[in-house]
Ligand binder design. Structure first.
Ligand SMILES: *Cc1c(COP(=O)(O)O)cnc(C)c1O
Length: 360
C-alpha cells in the first residue's frame, strides 16, 4: 500500500487504568479508513482521529446488514514488544467473509498494513497488565445510499482498536451451557462460515433463552437433524471423549476459528488423537453419563478456551470433570497465551512484532 495520510488527534483521550478494562467499551485515539467504489476499487486509505461515521439513513448496511468483521488481538510481551497473533490468517478469513457476503476482497497486504500502522500509532494503548490486550476490529460495511436490495457498489473498510481486560481475572473458569434444538445458528448454504453481523443478530434470542434457563451460553445443533454439534455461542466447540478430541468439521456451517485451528495444531503436535468429524448431542450426553466425556471447551479469540463445566439438554444436566477446568483445556490455554505474550517458543511463526514509530 505504501504511504497513506495520517491525521493525528489533537485531543488524545484519557487512558483507563489496566485493571478497570473489560471488553470493548473503550476505543483508542485513531481509526483506519478506506473506501471502495465500483470501477475505482479500494482507494483513499487513511488514518484519522477516532470519531463517529456520518451515514445517510438510507445507507444499505443499516437496512440489509451487508457487513463483515473480524477480531484479533495485539499483546504487550514481557520483553516490551507488541505482537499480533496470526494476523495473516485473520486477514485471509476477513476476505473469505467478504466473498461470502458478496463484497470485494482487499489485498491481504493492505489489511496487514492497516493492522500494523494503526497499532503502531496507538501503541501506547496496548495495556501492560498480565492478561490484557488490544483488540482489533476490522469491519466492512455496504455504503450505497438507496433502499434497493443488491450487493453494494460502494463500501467502507474501517479498523478500530479497543484495549481489553483479562477474560479470566481469577483463572480459567468453567461455564454452564445449554444444548438447544429450538434455535439454529446456521445451515449449509447460509452464512455460518462468514463472520457477518447477521449471525450475531440472530444469535441473541437463543442466548437470551439460555440465560433465562440459568445457563451462560447456547450449544447450537445442526439445522437439519437437530442432533449434530455446531458451535457454542460464538465459539467453536471441542469435546474430549476417552482419549479422542473431537470437533465438528468445517463443512459449510462452521466459522473457521483461528483459535480452533491453533489448538488443533498444538494437539496434533503433542501427538494427541484429534478428529474433525460430526458428533451428535446424544453421543456427548451418553459420554457425559458414563463419564467418558473427559473435557469440553469452546475456542475463540476473546477467551482462548472456555471450559464447559455443565452441559444441559432436554431437562438433564451432566457435569464434566467435576465442574472443573480439565487438564488439556488448561494446557491449551497456557500454550496459546505463552506464545501470544512471547514467553514461549513460537514454533509455527504465529506472532508478528509490530513496529512502533519513534514519533508515536
Ligand atoms: C469469531 C468466531 C469464532 C471464533 O473464531 P476465532 O478466530 O477463534 O476468534 C467462532 N465462531 C463464530 C461464530 C465466530 O464468529
Amino acid at each position: 500500500m505504501g504511504q497513506f495520510p495520517i491525521t493525528r488527534t489533537t485531543a488524545p483521550k484519557r487512558k483507563p487504568a489496566d485493571d478497570t478494562l473489560t471488553f470493548g467499551k473503550v476505543t483508542t485515539d485513531h481509526m483506519f479508513l478506506m473506501n471502495y467504489e465500483e470501477g475505482k476499487g479500494w482507494h483513499n486509505p487513511r488514518i484519522e482521529p477516532y470519531g463517529p461515521l456520518s451515514l445517510d439513513p438510507a445507507t444499505s448496511v443499516l437496512h440489509y446488514g451487508q457487513a463483515i468483521f473480524d477480531g484479533l488481538k495485539a499483546f504487550r510481551g514481557d520483553d516490551g514488544q507488541i505482537r499480533l497473533f496470526r494476523a495473516d490468517r485473520h486477514a485471509q478469513r476477513f476476505n473469505r467473509s467478504a466473498k461470502l457476503m458478496s463484497m470485494p476482497e482487499l489485498p491481504v497486504d493492505v489489511i496487514r498494513d492497516s493492522f500494523d500502522a494503526l497499532v503502531g500509532l496507538d501503541a501506547d494503548w496496548v495495556p501492560h497488565k498480565a492478561g490484557t490486550s488490544l483488540y482489533l476490529r476490522p469491519t466492512i460495511i455496504a455504503t450505497d445510499v438507496m433502499l434497493g436490495v443488491h450487493p453494494a457498489h460502494s463500501l467502507l473498510y474501517f479498523l478500530i482498536l479497543s484495549p481489553v481486560g483479562s477474560y479470566y481475572k481469577e483463572g480459567v473458569k468453567p461455564v454452564r451451557i445449554l444444548a438447544t434444538d429450538k434455535h439454529v445458528r446456521a445451515v449449509k448454504g447460509g452464512t455460518g462460515e462468514a463472520k457477518t453481523a447477521a449471525n450475531y443478530a440472530q444469535s441473541l434470542a437463543g442466548q437470551r433463552d439460555a440465560e433465562a434457563a440459568g445457563y451462560t451460553q447456547v450449544l447450537y445443533l445442526d439445522g437439519v437433524h437437530r442432533q449434530y454439534l455446531d458451535e457454542v455461542g460464538t465459539m467453536n466447540i471441542m469435546v474430549k471423549i476417552g482419549d479422542e478430541v473431537i470437533t465438528p468439521p468445517l463443512a459449510g456451517t462452521i466459522l473457521d476459528g483461528v483459535t480452533r485451528a491453533s489448538t488443533l495444531q498444538l494437539m496434533r503436535d503433542w501427538g494427541l488423537k484429534v478428529s474433525e468429524r460430526p458428533i451428535t448431542i446424544d453421543e456427548v450426553m451418553a459420554a457425559g453419563r458414563d463419564s467418558s466425556l473427559k473435557e469440553m471447551w469452546g475456542t475463540g479469540t476473546a477467551a482462548v478456551v472456555s471450559p464447559v463445566g455443565t452441559l444441559g439438554y432436554k431437562g438433564e444436566d451432566v457435569q464434566i470433570n467435576g465442574g472443573q477446568t480439565g487438564e488439556l483445556t488448561q494446557k491449551l490455554y497456557d500454550a496459546i497465551v505463552g506464545i501470544q505474550y512471547g514467553r514461549t517458543n513460537d514454533a509455527h511463526g504465529w506472532t508478528s512484532v509490530v513496529k512502533v514509530p519513534v514519533t508515536a
